[in-house]
Write a protein that binds this ligand. Structure first.
Ligand code: NCD
Length: 280
């Protein structure tokens, strides 16, 4: 992905990246985006170990302090609601880079962009799209953010959803009620543990078991195998926010319908656009 030529767009803007939870793509693509726009970054990962919260400082005080050093804060936190808490006390914009099992809005933007790209390249049919969310829909913040963004902002980009189907391990395939409430008036909606009607599914969005929210419970992983992928139409895409475990076999990587590495590439572009929009 060529992101060169934009390095004078955010000179003298500083972005703080505060990560209290593991991350590879989100942190590095935000860092790369700040660099590509000519901004400066203040990065702290392992915040749960190295910030002054270890000494007893409140999360709110940490945010108050950091917001005096920069023009925006990118925050990842294991607790749902942390981004809203931070926004309530920050003097600069807070970008939610994932808060517990709640939301991951920038992932949803890059996912929506990837779908829009595929539609414009005729890799998806020009009709209301049938989407299968397959995996830990109960705890995946990427699923909540994408499912709700698709119905709220998809139509403005020419993306119509016909049906959303949610499948996955028993007890984990069903998304939380607020997600169901947000989508059910906009498209057809169904639930089951097995992936259903693959022959008329246009987008499969696979997620890993979110074991960080499972305590001691071990959940069964149902892989989206090449055999299942063979049931999809030729005009379809297979998505995953990554990281993957065994739910997405590497054998699928050469399938022309697999777009998950494209999603991670698009992350940099989308985060550049967001930072520029907020800070220009
Ligand atoms: C996702 C997340 O952190 O929610 N990863 C990412 O940012 N691409 C998905 C996951 O961890 O399963």
């Amino acid at each position: 992905m060529n992101c060169d030529g934009y390095e004078n767009m955010l000179p003298k803007k500083r972005v703080a990246l505060l990560f209290y939870q593991a991350s590879t793509r989100t942190r590095l693509s935000f860092e790369a985006s700040v660099d590509a726009l000519g901004g400066r970054k203040l990065t702290m990962s392992d915040m749960e170990q190295f910030s002054s919260e270890v000494k007893g400082e409140s999360f709110e005080d940490t945010i108050r302090v950091v917001s005096g050093y920069c023009h925006a804060i990118v925050l990842r936190h294991p607790h749902a609601g942390a981004a809203a808490k931070a926004a309530a006390v920050s003097r600069v914009p807070i970008i939610n880079a994932g808060d517990g099992n709640n939301e991951h809005p920038t992932q949803a933007y890059l996912d929506l962009f990837t779908i829009w790209q595929a539609l414009n390249e005729d890799r998806l049919p020009d009709k209301p799209l049938n989407i299968l969310f397959f995996g830990d829909n109960k705890n995946s913040r990427t699923v909540r953010s994408l499912a709700t963004l698709l119905v709220s902002h998809g139509p403005a980009l020419g993306i119509q959803v016909g049906r959303m189907h949610f499948g996955g391990p028993v007890g984990y395939g069903t998304p939380p009620n607020d997600v169901i409430e947000a989508i059910r008036t906009s498209c057809d909606f169904s639930l089951s543990s097995a992936p259903q009607s693959l022959s008329d599914t246009d987008i499969v969005y696979v997620t890993r078991p979110q074991k960080e929210y499972h305590g001691d419970t071990k959940i069964e992983v149902i892989p989206f195998t090449p055999e299942l992928a063979a049931l999809l139409p030729a005009q379809a895409i297979i998505m995953h926010p990554l990281p993957r475990t065994t739910e997405l076999p590497v054998e699928l990587d050469n399938d022309p319908r697999a777009v998950y590495f494209r999603q991670s590439d698009n992350g940099m572009l989308i985060r550049m656009a967001l930072l520029w929009h907020l800070l220009q």
